[in-house]
Ligand binder design. Sequence first.
Ligand SMILES: O=P(O)(O)OC[C@H]1O[C@H](OP(=O)(O)OP(=O)(O)O)[C@H](O)[C@@H]1O
Ligand SMILES: O=c1cc[nH]c(=O)[nH]1
Ligand SMILES: [Mg+2]
Length: 211
Amino acid sequence: MRLITPEHPLIKHKLTILRDENTPQPVFRQLVEELMTLLAYEGTRDVAVESVPVTTPVASTTGVRLSEPLPLVVPILRAGLGMLEGMTRLLPTAEVGFLGMVRDEQTLQPTTYAKRLPEELSDRLCFVLDPMLATGGSIIGAIDYLFERGAQRVTAICILAAPQGLEAVREHFADRDVTVVVGAVDEGLNDRSYIVPGLGDAGDRLYGTID
Ligand SMILES: O=P(O)(O)OC[C@H]1O[C@H](OP(=O)(O)OP(=O)(O)O)[C@H](O)[C@@H]1O
Ligand SMILES: O=c1cc[nH]c(=O)[nH]1
Ligand SMILES: [Mg+2]
């Protein structure tokens, strides 16, 4: 597993407001999108491109464009949905699939309740979006499923991660092409396996408490 933690003052600034328990929901949503765009800038460095001729009003030259098959973006519902707009702003032609997953707060095991992905995943870079990588169970489950469906390269983009979750991902995917891009690696997990200091429940802060 390759870990990328982009160092940028704007990421730190926006993260600090995001963490604040007094930040209102509309601002929280806006910041998740903005952070996503900043993280996507780093996370998309490896997208496949090809040379193309281009004629400007002045001369002909050679440029580059994204090559086929275009990347696939997979937000993990609910919280990952808050990152989708920030990602597609940078990659408007990407295809989008969906995985719905929820972590059982007692056992910490993730359950998948929705799957909607294109047939063909091989040869395309897959991006998994989830703001929180806590124990790592959800992101491991999501990436395992993408590999099962034929994906070969997966990049997970997260806003916060706990060291133990990252270690679990590293161990689980020792022999696979997995990259994790994360805004900050926090201190650890509390007794409910929430990231510390973290930002609380990302899904609830984006969309409200439903249970
Ligand atoms: O690394 P883990 O220990 O698996 O925890 C992280 C998962 O928990 C949160 O989702 P949650 O289950 O709260 O669902 P939600 O997005 O619907 O709120 C978060 O968005 C991750 O998917
Ligand atoms: O800190 C955490 C851990 C799991 N899910 C969240 O939304 N936040
Ligand atoms: Mg949640």
